[in-house]
Design a protein around this ligand. Structure first.
Ligand code: MLT
Length: 394
């Protein structure tokens, strides 16, 4: 064959972070088949879906098996019933969304990766460390990337600074994956004001908003005045409602967002209509149910269960006096590796000596080197056992 390939793909790391981790666990398991491994690595939920979600799935599946209620292609941007449910969810925080600004998707990851399609060759600013999808998707489309660095000094909450150019695209993730660090109202307002002043766009990943349990911290960027003129928000049912296996999320592109005389909302509509055929009807009914009052309560029961694990883990790190962020409004705990170890060495050390799997900070960016992420998505029992094992090593 003699075709041209997209050489930008050669500039991303060979494997996606979690594929790399799975490979290492598999190799370790092959050599140590009896190892009792506790997984606190990938942020995948473990508790079953809520009752309301399951009932909605069954009901919608039955409708699909009846000729009077069968449905074919879903609307590319989502059924109005889910969009109405999202609108109602945002109204709880006094945010009034146009139905037309809401796009239902198969998860935040796809939209975060695909959003580059509607953007030109802008200056890109990405937090470091952060969820790898922003960086990889921009490298794949040949963009030159700048970083806004999270450090122990700024508690992994980078703020606007004079080195960020005008007319930029800035990614923010709050509560942050992997650090769990979460902007408060004052800090997020600084970002919104900065974006407005510099004619920049913020792409705001709020996938972990449901874990926020602090009144000082916004659940959505649109709680900040002016954000509809400068921000796209991308959210997910994965962590809020346990949909990692069902797949559903949503993206909000306010009608106010306009550049070079064109509405970004219009571009995304066109992009989705061409490249996306919508989310299946039963899954959209399940998402609607997750946002009903009963559904939200069931989801919060699961989140509170995970947050008890986060509390136990935080208590352990407090007791040890080890620096960490997260664990409060986030399912992630991000801590400093002991004895100046680098994060992949610590990954191997923990796997081999405690049979505990976490995620090396370096996988989230150069400023993650020397740090490590563990999740609270396992059971209470396994989390306690992991803490006992960690206690012997740290
Ligand atoms: C993570 O562990 O960082 C997440 O599960 C990744 C994701 O949400 O795609």
């Amino acid at each position: 064959m003699n075709i041209k390939i997209n050489k930008n793909f050669l500039n991303v790391s060979e494997n996606y972070l979690f594929s790399d981790i799975n490979k290492r666990i598999k190799e370790y398991k092959e050599k140590n088949p009896n190892a009792d491994i506790i997984r606190l690595g990938i942020g995948d939920v473990t508790l079953p879906l809520g009752k309301s979600v399951i009932e909605a799935l069954i009901k919608a599946s039955n409708e699909m098996g009846n000729k009077d209620t069968f449905r074919g292609y879903p609307p590319e941007y989502g059924y109005d019933f889910v969009k109405e449910a999202v609108k109602k969810y945002y109204l709880k925080n006094n945010i009034n969304l146009d139905l037309d600004s809401i796009f239902i998707s198969d998860g935040a990851k796809s939209d975060l990766g695909n959003i580059v399609d509607i953007l030109g060759d802008n200056k890109i600013y990405i937090p470091n460390p952060v969820y790898p999808v922003y960086l990889d998707s921009n490298i794949m489309s040949g963009r030159i990337i700048n970083f806004i660095n999270g450090t122990q000094e700024n508690n992994f909450l980078p703020m606007p600074n004079k080195d960020i150019s005008n007319d930029s695209v800035i990614y923010l993730c709050s509560p942050n994956n992997p650090t769990g660090a979460t902007y408060n109202y004052k800090e997020l307002k600084k970002w919104v004001d900065f974006a407005l002043k510099t004619n920049s766009l913020i792409i705001y990943d709020s996938a972990y908003e449901a874990f926020i349990n602090d009144k000082d911290k916004p659940h959505s960027i649109y709680e900040i005045e002016g954000a509809k003129e400068c921000a796209i928000e991308i959210c997910s049912f994965s962590k809020q409602a346990g949909f990692t296996g069902l797949r559903c999320g949503f993206t909000i592109i306010p009608l106010e967002l306009e550049s070079e005389g064109v509405k970004l909302n219009k571009l995304w509509k066109r992009r989705q209509a061409t490249k996306f055929n919508g989310v299946s009807y039963p899954v959209q009914r399940a998402a609607e149910a997750a946002l009903s009052d009963k559904g939200i309560k069931e989801c919060m029961d699961n989140i509170n269960y995970y947050m008890e694990n986060a509390r136990m883990l935080s208590e352990f790190f407090d007791e040890k006096g080890i620096f960490y962020t997260g664990g409060k409004s986030s399912p992630y705990i991000w801590f400093k590796c002991p004895n100046g170890m680098n994060s992949w060495d610590f990954f191997d050390y923990l796997l081999q000596n405690a049979n505990v799997v976490g995620t090396p900070g370096a996988g989230f960016g150069t400023f993650g080197e020397g740090y490590f992420r563990i999740t609270s998505f396992n059971t209470h029992e396994k989390t306690k056992e992991a803490i006992n094992r960690l206690r012997k090593l740290l």
